[in-house]
Design a protein around this ligand. Sequence first.
Ligand code: DAH
Length: 330
Amino acid sequence: MDKKIEKIKKEIKCFHIKTYDDLETFRIKFLGKKKGIITILFKELSKIHIHKRKIFGKIINELKKETQNKINIFHYKYKNDDHKNDKDAKFDPTIPGKSVEIGSRHPLSILNNRIIDLFMKIGFTYVDGPEIEDDWHNFTALNIPIFHPSRDMQDTFFLCKNPDILLRTHTSSVQIRYMKKHKPPFRILSIGKVYRNETISSRSNFMFHQAEGFYIDKKVSFSNLKQTIHYLITSLFGKAKIRFRPSYFPFTEPSAEVDIYCNNEWIEIMGCGMVDPQVFKNVNIDAEIYSGFAFGLGIERLALIIYKMKDIRIYFDNDIRFLKQFKSEF
Ligand code: DAH
């Protein structure tokens, strides 16, 4: 009997299980209900003299354990279905897992989100507009007729095949899109990319971001505009010196530019003014009843001041060492 057990032990040990088919053969050979080697041994146990039965019972149980262990090990290694037919794949639980890298938001996105948050708090609604515009929304409806000199200032990217289509030069086109579809009152904010044919330098790029805001209602005044800009600037900078400088935009009357005092110089950050009655006319809003203010803010300019940078190109270099320094709840 001892020899027989030894032989079975060896057979269990040496059986190569590489596939699920092997496993099944192994299981049937040793533990099969009718003809399994170990199953038969258990059946024979009753025929053995009572004194030896205990010892052999123990030995056979041990064999069964070893068989079961081998089955369990195979299952553990080939847990995933993918490995069913994959003879070489081995799962090694000791290899350290791959950690997930958590990125950070782009500094311009952080600033955009901060601005959106600030305007939501004073009742503005956020809307998006298309970057690919037509001439009417980008220029004509904003009171910039075809030969107006301010078109030159925004020298831009037109589609050669269709000169009516261009990459928007400012987010003011969103004003037109929104006002055409909605009746006042409304308070709207929109942020997005704009494109101009500019020489790339530390302060300018062919693409940059603007935040456009406009508030149209009965009796909206220039002091409402000033108050709103003050709210934005003090929320972003705490105390800061700003000035409203008279300026000209075809779509506002009066118009102003806002400068912020920083490092002994005035830096222009936005254009603004009261929406020109001609613009209201172009979008079928009665200028006798409604008035409103609008502003367009340069995000990169503001970001240079906030993050104390000197060159806007740093925002587009995609240098991970720069970008990963920005952490924010926005
Ligand atoms: N669209 C102007 C620009 O890009 C900025 C601007 C000025 C926007 C006055 C406005 C505004 O909404 O009222 O230069």
